[in-house]
Design a binder for this molecule. Structure first.
Ligand SMILES: Nc1nc2c(c(=O)[nH]1)N[C@H]1C(S)=C(S)[C@@H](COP(=O)(O)O)O[C@H]1N2
Ligand SMILES: [Mo]
Length: 322
């Protein structure tokens, strides 16, 4: 993610153009060493968090929901798993190794705010209660790269039915863990941690909006946002907040992490639109990671308009696209 004003911590402009990465073990280790050199990798990330067998492993692979199909090849798992945005673990795409320091069990999700059944629920109890299924989705980062991934998760609608937001609740706010000891990126004081994102209740109730617990037929790895992350495939990737610990229902629109940083470039709605350029680059096409640089045209709503365009019919005066 890029910030407009020139400051010491700004990423080079070239970072907006994705590199084709075919990482072998050596280059991964090199990337981690690079992070350590710039101080983003503390002692915690050098050691893997104690690996407890995933208590929900028996649920994978989940049944595929065939409603949603994709016209392009799936991204290879090792490509997707080694090209991530997860600023808690560093600002490069090579954060997979550092992310292994995150303890993902025990893990609880606090659900509060304007809701009939506030609760703090253990992640495994939640996963077992929810209807897991696999969805093949396109995924489009605002930086003009894309991938195609089989996520496993459950429709947020099932969670709404469980906790029953009150009539006054208009937004669903989701928050990432905060622990600078394991996530050295959170020592960077120019960001407002923890990472926060939000949807309207209507968006959250849309069948496409899922909370993800798995990928490629297995529990989701840490660098992809274990043990619970949002996926809203018609919006730019920064909306899809990772490693969620708290879900709050609010009447006021929350200000999200990137909106706080640079509202002129990363707004609340952030729906994908090839015709609306980012202030500093075109959104007309995207590079499919792992294809050696192949670019394809970006589609409006990332190709999901038939399912979500109606959510915005009464919001035409708002800045829906970036
Ligand atoms: N907590 C948190 N969530 C996050 C991010 C992040 O830095 N921190 N990056 C976002 C961005 S910009 C993108 S493109 C996607 C990347 O998801 P992936 O690494 O699983 O491909 O995660 C999103 N969710
Ligand atoms: Mo992104």
């Amino acid at each position: 993610m890029l910030i407009k004003s020139k400051r010491g911590w700004e990423l080079p402009e070239s970072a907006a153009t994705p590199e084709s990465l075919f990482l072998d073990r050596r280059s991964l280790i090199g990337a981690a060493a690079g992070l350590a050199a710039v101080g983003l990798s503390g002692p915690a990330s050098a050691q893997r968090a104690a690996d407890v067998a995933d208590p929900t492993a028996d649920l994978y692979p989940a049944r595929r929901n065939t409603t949603y199909t994709v016209e392009r090849d799936l991204t290879a798992p090792e490509i997707a798993a080694n090209y991530n945005n997860f600023y808690e673990f560093g600002t490069s795409k090579q954060v997979a190794r550092a992310a292994q320091a995150l303890p993902i069990r025990p893990w609880t999700v606090k659900i509060d705010g304007l809701v009939e059944k506030p609760q703090t629920i253990d992640i495994d109890a939640l996963i077992r209660r929810m209807p897991l299924e696999e969805r093949l989705y396109r995924f489009r980062c605002v930086e003009a790269w894309g991938m195609t991934v089989p996520w496993t998760g459950f429709p947020i609608k099932a969670l709404l039915d469980m906790v029953q937001p009150q009539g006054s609740a208009k937004f669903m706010r989701m928050e990432t863990f905060e622990d600078p000891k394991v996530a050295p990126g959170q020592k960077a004081v120019w960001f407002t941690w923890p990472y926060v994102e939000a949807l309207t209740i209507d968006e959250a109730a849309n069948d496409l909006a899922i909370l993800v617990t798995g990928i490629y037929g297995k529990p989701v790895p840490r660098q992809h946002g274990a043990p619970l992350r949002l996926i809203v495939p018609w919006k730019y990737g920064f909306k899809s907040v990772k490693s969620i610990v708290r879900i709050s229902f609010t009447a006021e629109r929350p200000v999200s992490f990137w909106e706080k940083m640079q509202a002129s470039e990363y707004g609340f709605w952030a729906n994908v639109n090839p015709a609306v350029a980012h202030p500093r680059w075109s959104q007309a096409t995207e590079e499919l990671i792992g294809t050696g640089g192949r670019r394809v045209p970006t589609q409006i709503f990332n190709g999901y308009g038939e399912y979500v365009a109606s959510l915005y019919k009464d919001r035409q005066r708002e800045r829906l696209w970036a």
